[in-house]
Ligand binder design. Sequence first.
Ligand SMILES: [Zn+2]
Length: 263
Amino acid sequence: MTDMSNYLMPEGMRPATLEERRQFYASEFDVAKVADWLRGRQGKTKFAVIMGKHTKIFLPEYMEDAESIIIIDEYRGLEDVRSQILDFLPEATYYDRNIYDAQDHAVGQELAFDLDPENITCPVHGTLADKMRRHQGLSFCSLELALVKDQTVRLYEHLAETYSRLRVVYSGRGFHIHVLDSAAYALTMAERQKLAAAVKRQGFEIDEWVTAGEMRLIRLPYSLHGMVSRLCLPLEKNEVENFDPIHDEKCIPRFLRAKPTSS
Ligand SMILES: [Zn+2]
């Protein structure tokens, strides 16, 4: 279990308080942009939240469910989703990459690649196993962030040889690459596993679980990453290399921008 006392991260990143989550989802969370992101998806999209698994920050009335994945699949529109998120004040908000038919059977899945800084082997902090041994499995440093950006750009270019509808998202920690080609939605589980393994063999430090489809949730673009107080933000591929999530105001929530940055 992650203990926040061992949690190291780049300067300026820190967990959001419940009040900050409330401010963010009440006034800053842009459902019009979320609608744009989800446009073109087949069927109804399911959302999910986790209230306090990593941060241990959650509303006391939700103590028993604080570490669980809560699925939001009954809603009248994105404003209703927002109001349900405001009830939970989660540390993390996701959507389900699966596509469902009218009987709620999964009939396809958006393909995605998850590149997280903690998976990067760091010259200073070592491998993920080294970090886990020190109980710092979710910690990361600025160097890992730089290395993960480089891997993201190279993986994007590699995938662009096969797919044409690629999107890259700053996840709040690392990066996600979403593949929106219809051929990718139709991949079988076995094909996804093969693809994930092939990408790993090529040296990309991805989370295989995400690409293989077992973890079907992915962080919702424009939501708040409550562990680091950063927005999950779609980027152009050519923005990735110079993207600076420590200082770039586009990904910094208002509750942190309002104050002078500490040094
Ligand atoms: Zn490091």
